[in-house]
Write a new protein. Structure first.
Length: 170
């Protein structure tokens, strides 16, 4: 009787392992949306909505129109925090003259890789326009940030995206 119970238990354990081993393989076979055949997207934070993206240029031209609204935008990662990936700068192009904005991550809940610069990105985020104190400007600049609208006292004004989710690809 004991041998029969052990045999049944072993069979159930093997069946359970086989089932859970098959489930991820089935998921891996499902085609994931990709920007091109040569690249894959890596997601951070919450999954993105399926809606159409708003132009980043439009958001940066009229941030008050989008203030406190959640938008889906695409752009290029011009730079990222070199210490732990707690922010990135999103722009329409890598060119320093192109307008861009800093992207932070809601509630410090996730980070992006510190080598994200050069990636393309799709970001779902709330738009904020705010003053940044001199101490924070100095701290962010020590991590590689740049501020176009910096005051003589060291403070700055920025349009910032607070992301709930990010997808990156190269």
């Amino acid at each position: 009787m004991l041998a029969r119970g052990l045999l049944l238990g072993s069979w159930l354990l093997l069946a359970a392992c086989k089932t859970s081993a098959e489930a991820p393989a089935a998921k891996a076979e499902a085609p994931a949306p990709a920007p091109s055949a040569a690249s894959t997207r890596t997601a951070f934070g919450a999954p993105l909505s399926a809606g159409a993206a708003v132009s980043l240029a439009d958001v940066l031209k009229a941030p008050d129109k989008f203030a406190d609204r959640t938008v889906l935008v695409e752009g290029e990662v011009r730079r990222a925090c070199t210490r732990k990936g707690c922010w990135m700068e999103l722009s329409q192009a890598q060119d320093e003259a192109a307008p861009g904005c800093r992207v932070t991550f809601k509630d410090y809940g996730f980070f992006v890789p510190t080598d994200s610069a050069g990636s393309k990105a799709r970001v779902e985020a709330k738009v904020e326009s705010r003053a940044v104190k001199p101490e924070l400007v100095a701290h962010l600049e020590s991590e590689g940030a740049k501020f176009a609208d910096k005051s003589p006292d060291g403070s700055a004004h920025e349009v910032r995206l607070v992301a709930t989710g990010v997808e990156l690809w190269r």
